[in-house]
Ligand binder design. Structure first.
Ligand SMILES: NC(=O)C1=CN([C@@H]2O[C@H](COP(=O)(O)OP(=O)(O)OC[C@H]3O[C@@H](n4cnc5c(N)ncnc54)[C@H](OP(=O)(O)O)[C@@H]3O)[C@@H](O)[C@H]2O)C=CC1
Ligand SMILES: O=C(O)C1=N[C@H](C(=O)O)C[C@H](O)C1
Length: 264
């Protein structure tokens, strides 16, 4: 990066994780972005030349460095704690963490009363496009059966994925007749009306795939997104951090960033 002061200084939590590392590497490769703070719960060697400090020091480091935004890809419990630290420090928070319980979402929303919080289950622009296409298909195909299949690497803990849950919300928002999520199938019974089948596959090092099947009795369509690598998520998260920095306290999503792009 040139010697000029960076336009965007970020903090990264979960810096030792798959996504934390990706975010730091993407920041190193992006002009005008610097990682001012990187923390992890367990000791971690420097990532792309950035020292990773103990997550217990986050409050102190946010106060000292005053980053423009914090980027979080950790776990629900930690993300809530980091949101409270951001609220105390006045640092906007971008979180891609998934697997939250409702009460944990409430805690994130409480933090957004003091500081801007942007939460997205998926920072790939292609998934935003998939979600728009799914809503269109759901509206155009009343009465069609819907089945969602997501596939991720064998280290992913939460199931179904946060992205899958977001897509299911989209379908249910459009198709009010669909109101029962059936996770997996076994036994001896036909499909019931009102069901959405949900299938979570965990295998190998699959980055992230989401397929939505709409099936009538004479035709079907499948809408699918495949992430090539985690860089696509990291780039979207950096775009979100750049958009969120300096914004008034509130609750935001990746769609707000994309709408700003399309309005440009
Ligand atoms: N929105 C999006 O676009 C994307 C979201 N994700 C989500 O991001 C999250 C992290 O994914 P990934 O990077 O693959 O996971 P990893 O397990 O590789 O990394 C998690 C990181 O967070 C730290 N951490 C802190 N608190 C927790 C906690 N309570 N539970 C788990 N880890 C914690 C871990 O450090 P330590 O081990 O020291 O605790 C680790 O460094 C997941 O929720 C995943 O679904 C992933 C990709 C894209
Ligand atoms: O854990 C992952 O890897 C991913 N998780 C997110 C999710 O739960 O939707 C996003 C992406 O699919 C990768």
């Amino acid at each position: 990066m040139s010697g000029a002061d960076p336009a965007l200084r970020i903090a990264v939590t979960g810096a030792g994780g798959r996504m934390g590392r990706e975010v730091i590497e993407a920041a190193a490769a992006r002009e005008g972005v610097a990682v001012a703070v990187a923390v992890n719960r367990t000791p971690t060697d420097p990532v792309a030349g950035v020292d990773v400090r103990d997550a217990d020091r986050l409050d102190e480091l946010l106060a000292a460095e005053a980053p423009d935004a914090l980027v979080d890809f950790t776990g629900p419990e930690s993300a809530v704690a980091y949101a409270e630290a951001c609220a105390d420090a006045g640092v906007p928070m971008v979180t891609g963490t998934t697997g939250f319980a409702d009460a944990q979402i409430d805690s994130l929303r409480a933090a957004s009363e003091s500081v801007s919080v942007l939460k997205a289950s998926n920072f790939a622009r292609g998934v935003a496009a998939l979600r728009r296409a799914v809503r269109e298909a759901a509206a155009a195909l009343p009465g069609y059966d819907v089945e969602l299949t997501e596939t991720h690497h064998n280290a992913k803990r939460d199931a179904p994925s946060g992205t899958a849950k977001s897509i299911l919300d989209d379908v249910e928002d459009v198709r009010e007749d669909l109101d029962e999520r059936v996770h997996g199938r076994e036994g001896d019974a036909p499909r019931e009306a009102g069901e959405i089948g949900v299938h979570a596959r965990r295998a190998g090092d699959v980055t992230g795939e989401h397929e939505v099947l709409f099936a009538g009795n004479r035709e079907s369509i499948e809408l699918t997104h495949r992430a090539g690598d985690r860089g696509v998520f990291a780039e979207g998260a950096l775009d979100a951090a750049d958009w969120l920095a300096g914004r008034d306290p509130g609750w935001y999503g990746f769609g707000d960033v994309l709408d700003a792009d399309t309005d440009a």
